[in-house]
Design a protein. Structure first.
Length: 173
């Protein structure tokens, strides 16, 4: 029998392990979008984490009781600065793990993460709204930024004019 799916609880179980191991991370996707005021209903978890190969054994050991973790896929993701998945045994919820360092924006994204308290002893670090925007279909945003009123935000987040979170306020159309 699978348990009801609570993405927040699953995310918390992983982030507690990451924090215990000193791994800086941030949650993106539908969870971060929901905290930014734009609920989305995808049932998965996206996380960017800055970890190195020497931390993998401890990470696998700490997570493997509750998650399917492919250690070799995790090692490959770290080497290639790519991504892999964790699967929560009890709910079959998938977590996409993106290893920081794969894009020029990763360091900025981790620096700009926002702490969100969701109850006593329950806190997640999530992408700020401008980073959520960036992870939408980049071609769509680039092509439609003027119509959407987000041209300055797209330029800012892409790094053409530095990163300026205030640029990510919609302009008049």
């Amino acid at each position: 029998m699978t348990l009801p799916i609570d993405p927040i609880a699953v995310a918390l179980s992983v982030t507690r392990v990451l924090e215990a191991l000193g791994i800086v991370h941030t949650i993106g996707g539908s969870i971060a979008s929901s905290f930014a005021g734009e609920p989305r209903s995808t049932v998965d978890i996206d996380i960017v984490a800055a970890f190195e190969e020497f931390q993998i054994s401890a990470l696998v050991s700490a997570l493997s009781a509750d998650f399917y973790v492919d250690e070799e896929a995790l090692r490959r993701a770290v080497r290639e600065r790519g991504s892999t998945n964790l699967i929560h045994h009890a709910t079959q919820l998938k977590m996409d793990v993106f290893v920081a360092g794969g894009t020029p924006l990763d360091e900025q994204q981790l620096r700009r993460r926002q702490a969100v308290t969701i109850g006593p002893g329950r806190m997640l670090h999530v992408h700020p709204p401008e980073d959520i925007l960036l992870h939408l279909d980049r071609d769509y945003l680039t092509d439609n930024a003027p119509v959407l009123g987000v041209s300055s935000c797209v330029r800012s987040v892409k790094g053409r004019h530095g990163t300026n979170p205030r640029a990510c306020r919609p302009t008049a159309r």
